[in-house]
Design a protein around this ligand. Structure first.
Ligand code: ZN
Length: 268
């Protein structure tokens, strides 16, 4: 059997001890998603895929990306763009380009697809993991975790050991080194790692942002996704080249804002 098929057949199984793939912010970029799935197929034998949301928005292929994830992911969480397809309230908090592209996607998606997106969970806790699109601190508010103080809020909001997020489209790892209650207060030491990868230390906790498949914003245009290898107790960030010009051209052909095509090449 083909390795990816094997991986996908496992999607509802416990896959105890197996590799988990975490990906986020596909943003209707089919070329990036396909390249990521092919890369997973090359690297991993038997895996389960967790999608942290924002399958749609910005990009030209919302329906195809949604279908692929429904077929292949073990868990799919709600991103703000996914919910915005049916929520005027969430759309009203978006910038003009995001709002326009979500309305464009909502117009071409089937009613059943929009109902599916609207019903996605905001967070999932399983084993040591807490999966969420923004932050475990008020998941329905889609807070960002960009700095130490936002990471501290995230750690405060969960007792899980490893928090996986997306939303900012910028890969990052925050490590909780120490938490101690004392004299009615507490000591809370959190640092930002300078690395993309980490070996888990059971005495510490982690916030890990897996970056974005379809619209990276860390200056690297390549698609990003994360691998958790429980055997090695390790997280690894992977970057994958894809045909960015093809996606940019599709964005233009769809009549979506030119800026959305341009930013893909710069990874901004
Ligand atoms: Zn996003």
């Amino acid at each position: 059997m083909h390795k990816l098929e094997q991986c996908l057949m496992n999607k509802t199984m416990s896959n105890a001890g197996g590799i988990t793939v975490v990906l986020s912010d596909i943003h209707a970029n089919l070329e990036a998603l396909t390249a990521v799935l092919q890369d997973i197929e090359k690297k991993v034998r038997g895996c389960r895929i967790v999608c942290l949301g924002d399958i749609i928005g910005y990009g030209p292929d919302p329906g195809a990306c949604l279908n692929l994830m429904r077929e292949k992911a073990w868990h799919i969480l709600a991103g703000n763009h996914d919910l915005a397809a049916t929520s005027r309230d969430i759309r009203s908090r978006m910038n003009a380009e995001a709002r326009y592209s979500v309305r464009w996607a909502a117009a071409i998606l089937e009613t059943e697809e929009k109902t599916f997106l609207a019903g996605l969970p905001l967070e999932i806790k399983t084993g040591p993991f807490h999966f969420v699109h923004g932050s475990p601190h008020q998941p329905d508010q889609f807070n960002y975790i960009l700095d130490i103080s936002q990471a501290k809020k995230a750690f405060f909001s969960t007792s899980q050991e490893i928090i996986f997020t997306g939303h900012s489209h910028i890969p990052a790892i925050f490590i909780e080194l120490e938490f101690k209650r004392m004299f009615g207060g507490h000591i809370h030491k959190v640092e930002r790692s300078v690395h993309d990868d980490v070996e888990f230390d059971p005495s510490k906790r982690y916030v890990i942002n897996v970056g974005s498949v379809g619209q990276p914003r860390d200056g690297d245009f390549r698609a990003a996704y994360g691998l958790i290898d429980p055997a090695k107790s390790r997280f690894q960030l992977v970057r994958v080249d894809y045909d960015v010009d093809a996606t940019a051209e599709k964005i233009r052909q769809a009549g979506l804002p030119e800026a959305l095509a341009r930013r893909l090449k710069h990874g901004k």
